[in-house]
Design a protein around this ligand. Sequence first.
Ligand code: AHM
Ligand code: MG
Length: 336
Amino acid sequence: MRRPLGVTVHRHIVDSQRLHPEATGDLSGLLNELIVAGKTISAEVNMAGLADILGMSGKTNIQGEEVQKLDEFANRTIVRRMARSGYLCVMTSEEEDTVIPVEEGYEGKYTLAFDPMDGSSNIDVNVSIGTIFAVHRRRSATGQGDLADLLQPGRDQVAAGYILYGSSTMLVFTTGHGVHGFTLDPSVGEFYLSHADIRTPERARYLSLNTGNRPYWQPRVRDFFDMVNEPDADKGRPYSSRYIGSLVADFHRNLITGGLFAYPRDSRDAGKSHGKLRLLYEAAPLAMLIEQAGGRAITDDGRNILDIEPEDLHQRVPLIIGSKLDVDEAEEFLGS
Ligand code: AHM
Ligand code: MG
């Protein structure tokens, strides 16, 4: 079979870099290293059922959740590859309690925050999972980076994206010049441009919520989503309901089709009083992507996710994200 001469992700990155003559190539190099890690994880995910890698490792991570073997594999793969890449000064991961240093002598000018395997509760049941990442420029001058380098608002991200391990493996990322999607051809081992300059529809088609949590939402959050569920022909409401429980997969579907995803704060336990999802490596990178695609992301009290100053590596945040007109309505309804 003859293959079409597609644009590889490497070609795309090189072409984008040419638009910035001042660029040193470090961000391109960083992304390319991350892509190799993503391809390694993708191969492992595809083998998971066969390689008897499924199942729990018997440990818990800092959030008190069980760590599964694929989470560990993904975390190790990214840490090892990126620690010697020469592009980073410090990292943080959902799977590690404290900052992750890079190897001495390999310090670079960026930081990386990542969720190595988002949606890991879905691994055993063959549902799509993904890796989410966020890149900032370091704040400190030289040497090893520290906590302060990582605690930067989403607005200052220089790149953000995810790799979705689904029916195909996809890479979706932005460096602040639109959102581009690439699909992995596993027989060649290359990501090819499949979704150039993704724009998310202004109006949602799907509503994505864990409605099992509804009794524990704040009353005005409940009122808002009850209102969204009311029939309204002009807005195409009620929207169809779609919720996978794998953030990357829910986000990706809504990005393409238009949608409103929310994980509001929950009154049941202290840990959820700020929502479930993590700011640095879940909410902020997806917020940058959605803004670049024409959508928006706010908290359940109307603050822009990208403006939040992080105080903690593993900080949680209530998240409402998706099509612009729907998030505008949420902001008006819920904002104080
Ligand atoms: P994880 O990073 O430990 O996998 O947890 C985050 C996941 C998200 O992918 C998803 O949006 C959410 O948790 C689903 O939570 P719930 O099962 O409470 O609806
Ligand atoms: Mg996660």
